[in-house]
Design a protein around this ligand. Structure first.
Ligand code: PMP
Length: 271
C-alpha cells in the first residue's frame, strides 16, 4: 500500500511520522474519510471544504487543498480497489511535549484501504456518555476520537455496529461515526447541527434528497420512532433493526430513502 506523506507517495511501511507529532501526542489534528468507488472519489469537494473548516476551527493553518487533491488522486491511482476508504489526516505537526504547538509546519497523510459495502440494516446501542454541544471542538472533525472508540467498542460487545449519543441536555445527537434519522408519522427528522453532531456530508445529501426535516428531538425518541436509519460516508443510508433491546422492522420510508440515495449518489462521483 502506498500512502502520501511529506509531499510524495511512499510505501506505507517505510513512511515515518515523528513521535513528537501533535496528532499523536495530544490528538491535535483533523481528518476526513472519503469513499472511493472504482477509483472515483465520492463528494470530494465537500470533504475538502469540511477538512479546511475543521482546520480553521482548530486554529491550524489552512491545508493547501490543491496539494490534498493531488495527494488523493495519487493515492487512489497507486492503490486500485473496488470500494475504498480514503483517509486524509492533517495534524499540528512536530511540537514540544505539551499542548503548545510547534512552528515547523503541519503533517499531511493520505492513505487508502479497501472496504466492503455495509449491510442494509444494523443494530445500535445507546450509551450514557454525552456529546458536548457547546465545546470548542463541537462540529469539527478532529482526530480526538477516543470517546468514539470507547463507545464503538461497547457497541461491538453488544452485537451492534454503532452507538448513539445524546447531548448534554438529553437531546438526540449522533453516532460515533454516523448521523441519525428517525421517522415519525411518515416524516423524516434528523437532529440539527446545533445538537452538537457533525455536519455529516451524507446527512446533508439525505436532507436534500429526501426532504428530511432538521428537528430538535428528545433522546427517548429512539424508543418511539417508527423507523430509524443512520447515514455516513461508508454506510450511505443504513436501516436500524434494533436499538438496545427494541426490535424494529426496517420500514418503507427508509427503503425509499435508500433507493433515492443510491440513484442520486452516482452523480456525485469525481471523474
Ligand atoms: N458523525 C461523526 C462523529 C462521524 O465521525 C461521521 C463520519 N465522518 C459522521 C457523523 C457522518 O459524516 P459523513 O456523512 O460526512 O461521513
Amino acid at each position: 500500500m502506498k500512502i502520501w506523506l511529506d509531499g510524495a507517495l511512499q510505501e506505507h511501511d517505510e513512511a515515518r511520522v515523528s513521535v513528537l507529532d501533535h496528532g499523536l501526542t495530544v490528538g491535535d489534528g483533523v481528518f476526513e474519510t472519503v469513499k472511493t468507488v472504482e477509483g472515483r472519489a465520492f463528494a470530494l469537494t465537500r470533504h475538502l471544504d469540511r477538512l479546511a473548516r475543521s482546520a480553521r476551527g482548530l486554529g491550524l493553518p489552512e491545508p493547501d487543498l490543491d496539494e490534498v487533491r493531488r495527494a488523493c488522486a495519487a493515492v487512489i491511482e497507486a492503490n486500485p480497489v473496488a470500494l475504498g476508504r480514503l483517509r486524509i489526516t492533517y495534524t499540528g505537526g512536530i511540537s514540544p511535549l505539551g499542548s503548545d504547538r510547534g512552528d515547523v509546519g503541519q503533517t499531511l497523510v493520505v492513505a487508502l484501504g479497501e472496504t466492503a459495502r455495509r449491510p442494509d440494516s444494523t443494530a445500535v446501542i445507546t450509551v450514557p456518555w454525552t456529546r458536548n454541544e457547546r465545546g470548542a471542538l463541537t462540529g469539527l472533525k478532529t482526530t480526538s476520537y477516543a470517546e468514539n472508540v470507547v463507545a464503538l467498542a461497547r457497541a461491538h460487545e453488544h452485537g451492534a455496529s454503532e452507538a448513539l449519543f445524546a447531548n448534554t441536555v438529553d437531546r438526540l445527537c449522533e453516532g460515533t461515526g454516523s448521523n441519525v434519522f428517525v421517522v415519525l408519522d411518515g416524516e423524516i427528522h434528523t437532529p440539527p447541527v446545533a445538537s452538537g453532531c457533525l455536519a455529516g456530508i451524507t446527512r446533508a445529501l439525505a436532507v436534500e434528497w429526501t426532504g428530511a426535516k432538521e428537528t430538535d428531538l428528545p433522546f427517548e425518541v429512539l424508543s418511539e420512532a417508527d423507523e430509524i436509519f443512520l447515514t455516513s460516508t461508508l454506510r450511505d443510508i443504513q436501516a436500524v433493526h434494533r436499538v438496545d433491546d427494541r426490535e424494529l422492522a426496517p420500514g418503507p420510508v427508509t427503503a425509499k430513502a435508500m433507493r433515492v440515495f443510491d440513484e442520486r449518489a452516482a452523480d456525485d462521483l469525481d471523474p
